[in-house]
Design a protein. Sequence first.
Length: 289
Amino acid sequence: GKLTISPEIVIPEPTDPTAILLQASAIKTLSEKIRVKAKANAALIVGSIESLRKFVEEQEVCRGNFPGPVPVIYYGSSSGNAEELECSELMQALGEIGAAGVVVPVFGGSVVNSLDDIGSDDALAAKCSEAMANGVVPLPEVVLANGLGWGEEDVQNLVEKLTAACGMEPVSIILTVNALEEEDTEETGEDESNEESKVDADASASLPKVSKALGRKTPILGSVRVTAGQNRMGAYIATLKDAGFTGAFLRSDCVPGFRMNPDLDVVGGFWSAAIGDLKSLKSKNFRFR
């Protein structure tokens, strides 16, 4: 089958009073675009608890209609404020808002070089049980060192180790391969056709392999962190599928210039076009400039 496609959406926190007022309707429009135009499988939100609440509220409006609400997963706060909430307070807030899930960084979000790193994360079980107690699904995210070259057995062992560390079998797992420093292709004058094959070769070399049996039992989502354009996203998603992943988690790094321009209207328009195209049969021709 096709991979599930879910974007990471960074909602900035304005300080200007007018901007704060405008933000509420901007979040509402963005939320609708992600459901109706992008038809994303889930939305991962980075922002304040208040922004998350507005996004979830808009999704809930259409419950019982088609398309129905997109599951909303909390990825943390852009300014780190959520860290100030105790784990139990945060999970309680997410439960009250109606968030479907929360991303739980494994090994404190540090790069995992071996399975022993996972076993040393003592806080994981507490976070997962706290989330479950509030009706929120915990999604562990493991950041793997680049070039580990893990095969199916390694990934199977990883899931078993995570199940023990979480105190429960994860509903789904996010695997993020730690990005190597981007090489500047501007100066080398590489042409576009090389670009695609380069993404393919680099990705397939560094991606862990997931067995079909494991993928059916525990959906494994892979992070996509290539900037859109020249079919880089489509090419990377194809390599994820070949490696046995069940879904793609499109990180904010995909949005061209997103750090410079966090305009929610631009972000919503980008994801609508990008995901719409990636999900359609035209994905091979996806050229976002």
